[in-house]
Write a protein that binds this ligand. Structure first.
Ligand code: SF4
Ligand SMILES: [Zn+2]
Length: 123
C-alpha cells in the first residue's frame, strides 16, 4: 500500500537504492546491509540527480532522457548496476519492479528544459 502512495521520484530513488544494494552485496562481498564506499558515492550521486532533475515528477526514465545529466564517470558504473540488477529485481522486489516497468512507458517530455533550469545539475 505504501508503494502506491509514493511519488514517481520517490519510487525511482527507492529503485536505484535497491538495485545498487543488490549489486554491491553480490560484487563487493558486503557482509552487512551497508554499501561499499564506491556504491555509496554512486547512490548519493543518483539521489542528487533525481533531486535536481529539471523534469520533476514528469521525469522520463533516464535512459529515454535527452539531457543525460550523468557525468561520464558515473554513467558507466550506473549502467553496469542497472544491467546486472535490473533482471534480478523481479525476484527481490516484484511490485516495485512492476511499477518501474509501468513508469518506463511514460512518454518522455518533448520539451527539453532550458539551460538555466539545468544549472543545478552542474555539480
Ligand atoms: S535530467 Fe534526465 S538523466 Fe538527469 S535525472 Fe533527469 S531524467 Fe535522468
Ligand atoms: Zn559496492
Amino acid at each position: 500500500m505504501r508503494l502506491l502512495k509514493q511519488t514517481h521520484l520517490q519510487r525511482e530513488a527507492k529503485t536505484a537504492e535497491l538495485m545498487i544494494g543488490l549489486y554491491c552485496q553480490h560484487h563487493h562481498n558486503q557482509q552487512t546491509d551497508s554499501l561499499c564506499p564506491g556504491c555509496c558515492e554512486l547512490l548519493e550521486f543518483s539521489n542528487r540527480r533525481l533531486a535536481y532533475c529539471p523534469f520533476g515528477e514528469d521525469k522520463p526514465t533516464c535512459a529515454k532522457c535527452q539531457v543525460h545529466c550523468y557525468k561520464s564517470q558515473m554513467r558507466q558504473p550506473m549502467r553496469q548496476v542497472m544491467r546486472w540488477a535490473g533482471p534480478r529485481m523481479i525476484w527481490h522486489h516484484p511490485w516495485l519492479t512492476l511499477r518501474h516497468l509501468l513508469d518506463k512507458f511514460r512518454k518522455a517530455p518533448s520539451k527539453v528544459p532550458k539551460k538555466k533550469d539545468l544549472k543545478n545539475l552542474d555539480h
